[in-house]
Design a protein around this ligand. Sequence first.
Ligand code: NAD
Ligand code: USQ
Length: 383
Amino acid sequence: MRILVAGGDGFCGWPTALYFSERGHEVAIVDNMIRRQWDEELGSNSLTPIYSMEDRINAWEDKSGKAMKLYEGDLTEYEFVHSFMQDFKPEAFIHYAEQRSAPYSMIDREHAVFTQMNNVVGTLNVLYAIKEIVPDCHLIKLGTMGEYGTPNIDIEEGYIKIEHNGREDVLPYPKQPFSFYHLSKVHDSHNIMFTCKSWGIRATDLNQGVVYGLWTDETKLDEKLYNRVDYDGVFGTALNRFCIQAAVGHDLTVYGKGGQTRAFLDIRDTLQCVELATLNPADRGEFRVFNQFTEQFSVLELAERVKRVAEEQLGLTVNIAHLENPRVEKEQHYYKAVNSNLVDLGLKPHFLSDELIADLIKTAQRYQDRVKTSVIAPSTTWR
Ligand code: NAD
Ligand code: USQ
């Protein structure tokens, strides 16, 4: 298939592009490299060294004999979107290219406005370009489990059957997002659903949980193919952060009580899920929603597991700190989400293992000289 990976320089996008290329698909990457600029703005970096996009693509061609196209530009500029869609004519458009950090979106008014403009306008442009140029193209859009928040009932996959005053209907599941970033994903979902109904766009919204891990078969092959991994207080995410903190002797930063429960998945399962969605496309006019995760954990449970593995397997001493929570969120709550759609399509999960945790800590030890401890603490508050 002709598969376009927007956000192909990022943590999920780069391994996805390699994965599809390795499997014989024709792959093009779209990215404006803005994630690298946010590192500069925040004074942070990836734990692992990452090469320029040109070096990455050349290294892949040397290793695999497979070429990948690059379109460098911004999805919020329609002329750019129109021109690469006209040139590449994708059959599947995998859309990762958004500002994805909740804390970044909560820094101040400018960052909130930027996040929603970048994400909502970019996605609208993609929808218009699909309508005008490749109406049969399947949009595979990365959303987030955080669209649902933490309701006191089970979380269904996108829709819920509701009975009201003696009538019933299947309606979009209520959304109670955690941040202006998570809200941008809700706005995207509404826009996509509307265009499926109005224009017959085919779309799959993948409400993904927190992704952990780093290595995939392809990114391991050469240092020039390494994936980025974030550990700072703005872009770093719970489990990866704890492993890197354990490696450099930093207290594990549990926010508040740590009873916050979230859905998680291994990055190798991100690739598997996106592949399943791509090879089994939505119908014309269908707005399909899959909850993309494999397990759910509380933050404290993860910190305790990282501490145990670091101490028992690697002889480290690890302390868990309960920091004052910089976010406004429930710290003790019910959480049970359904994830059967991808399992029914054939997902074979890589469940979290002690080996993976030990491996992540060892990777962090290998690159500990790159870790800037001053950016580990959370720097943004919600209030
Ligand atoms: P990332 O920040 O590493 O990658 C996103 C990429 O998109 C970056 O390379 C960035 O330069 C690019 N980009 C951003 N705005 C752009 C624009 N306007 N035009 C062109 N390129 C642009 O993020 P990630 O961790 O790879 O996440 C990818 C997607 O998956 C995001 O949409 C995110 O919301 C979603 N997601 C991520 C996680 C996670 O834990 N990482 C979990 C759930 C959902
Ligand atoms: N948390 C801590 N300590 C930390 C970091 C986080 O206790 O050092 C807590 C947070 O307070 C929150 C939970 O862990 O309760 C998850 O936070 P996170 O930073 O790991 O993840 P989040 O902000 O939710 O965002 C990440 C990605 C985002 C994606 C989302 C999926 O950055 O792109 O949409 O995970 S989900 O959580 O399902 O919404």
